[in-house]
Design a protein around this ligand. Structure first.
Ligand SMILES: Nc1ncnc2c1ncn2[C@@H]1O[C@H](COP(=O)(O)OP(=O)(O)OP(=O)(O)O)[C@@H](O)[C@H]1O
Length: 321
C-alpha cells in the first residue's frame, strides 16, 4: 500500500541567541492510510516542530532547510504558498492541544464549520451545514444538530476538542496531524476520544500522526511508534514491537517511568538528567550522558541497529528485555 504521508530527511533549524539549533534532524517516517503513528518523546524533543514542519507552518526564526513531505504523492515543500494553503485543511489537517486554536469563540459551531467547508469547496450553506453535522456525528458527538447552534464556550473541553477534530475531518483529509489533543482532558474523556479516533482511522482510512509525550496513550492507540530524542527519531517499529520489546535505552527509560505498572508505594524510576539543550548536545549519541549503557564508542555517531523493520539508533541496543 502506498503511504498517505511520506516524510524524508526533514530538517528544521532555528536561529537562536546561542547559535543555530537543529530541532528536527533528518527525520523520516511514513504513514499508510488508516494507520495511526504515535510520535513520542519528552518535552523539547522536536515533536511539535515536526508536525508544524510537515504542514509548512514554521515561521522565523525557524526554517525547514531540507527534506520531502509527500502527501498522496505531492511534495508539499515544492508548492506555492497558495497551493500549500489549499492542501492544508483539505488534504492534511492539524488538531492542536488547545481546541481554541481551531475554533472561533464568537461564531456558532455550525457557522464556523460551514465556513471551513466553503473555503475549499463552493456549495450552499445548507449543504455545508449538513457536512458539518455529519462530521460531528463521526466523532461521536451526541445531538449534533443542536451543537451546530452552540458557541464554543457552551461546550465542555472534551466536546470542544471533538469539534476541533470534526473540523479537521470536514474535507476527509488523507492525513491528520494531532498534537497532544487529549493531554488537557481528564482520563475518561481522553479514553473516549482515543476510541473514536481509532474507529475513525479504521473507517475513513485517514492516516493519523498522534504527537504525545505519553507512551501509555500511544500504546493503546497507535499502530506504529516513532520515538524522538533531541530532534532525531531514535527508535521506530510497530507499537507491539516498541512497547513489548524496546531496543533503545531511551525508550526503555520512558516505559519504566510510565505510572501504574509498579507496586503501590514503590519509587517510579525516572530517566536521570534532563533533555539536553539543543545548542549543547554531546558529540555522538545525544542520549549518552543519561544512558546507563553508554561506553566510549557512544561518543561517535550511533549506527541504525535493525531488528527486521524495527530499528534503533544506538551502539548498544537492548537485545532482550
Ligand atoms: N520559536 C522557536 N525558537 C527557537 N527554538 C525553538 C522554537 N520553537 C522550537 N524551538 C526548539 O525546538 C525544540 C523542540 O521543540 P518542540 O516544541 O518541537 O518540542 P516538543 O517535543 O513538541 O515538546 P513539547 O511537548 O514541550 O511541545 C525546542 O526545545 C527548541 O530548542
Amino acid at each position: 500500500m502506498s503511504a498517505a504521508l511520506d516524510v524524508q530527511g526533514l530538517t528544521t533549524r532555528f536561529e537562536t541567541r546561542g547559535g543555530i539549533v537543529t530541532a528536527v534532524n533528518d527525520v523520516s517516517f511514513s504513514v499508510e492510510p488508516g494507520r495511526i503513528m504515535g510520535l513520542v518523546g519528552e518535552s523539547g524533543s522536536g515533536k511539535s516542530v515536526t508536525g508544524f514542519s510537515v504542514l509548512g507552518l514554521i515561521d522565523e526564526p525557524g526554517r525547514v532547510t531540507d527534506g520531502k513531505v509527500m502527501v498522496e504523492g505531492t511534495d508539499l515543500r515544492n508548492l506555492s504558498p497558495e497551493r500549500l494553503r489549499s492542501m492544508r485543511g483539505r488534504k492534511v489537517s492539524m488538531v492542536f492541544q488547545d481546541p481554541m486554536m481551531t475554533l472561533n469563540p464568537v461564531l456558532r459551531i455550525g457557522d464556523q464549520m460551514a465556513m471551513a467547508v466553503r473555503v475549499h469547496e463552493p456549495m450552499s450553506k445548507t449543504k455545508a451545514l449538513e457536512r458539518a453535522r455529519e462530521a460531528l456525528a463521526t466523532v461521536g458527538i451526541p445531538s449534533p444538530e443542536e451543537r451546530l447552534a452552540a458557541y464554543p464556550h457552551q461546550l465542555s473541553g472534551g466536546m470542544r476538542q471533538r469539534v476541533a477534530i470534526a473540523t479537521a475531518l470536514l474535507h476527509k483529509p488523507a492525513v491528520i496531524i494531532a498534537d497532544e489533543p487529549t493531554t488537557a482532558l481528564d482520563v475518561s474523556i481522553q479514553g473516549q476520544i482515543l476510541a473514536e479516533v481509532r474507529r475513525l482511522a479504521d473507517e475513513t482510512d485517514t492516516a493519523i500522526v498522534w504527537i504525545t509525550h505519553d507512551l501509555a496513550v500511544v500504546s493503546s492507540l497507535a499502530d506504529d511508534i516513532c520515538v524522538m530524542y533531541a530532534g532525531k527519531i531514535v527508535e521506530r517499529g510497530t507499537a507491539e514491537e516498541v512497547i513489548g520489546q524496546p531496543r533503545h535505552p531511551y525508550t526503555r527509560g520512558l516505559l519504566d517511568s510510565v505510572p501504574g505498572q509498579h507496586a503501590p508505594g514503590t519509587h517510579l524510576p525516572q530517566i536521570p538528567g534532563s533533555t539536553p539543550q539543543l545548542s549543547q548536545l554531546p558529540s555522538g549519541c545525544p542520549f549518552r550522558n543519561r544512558c546507563s549503557r553508554a561506553t566510549q564508542v557512544c561518543k561517535t555517531v550511533p549506527p541504525l541497529a535493525r531488528f527486521g523493520d524495527h530499528t534503533a539508533l544506538c551502539h548498544h541496543p537492548l537485545e532482550t528485555t
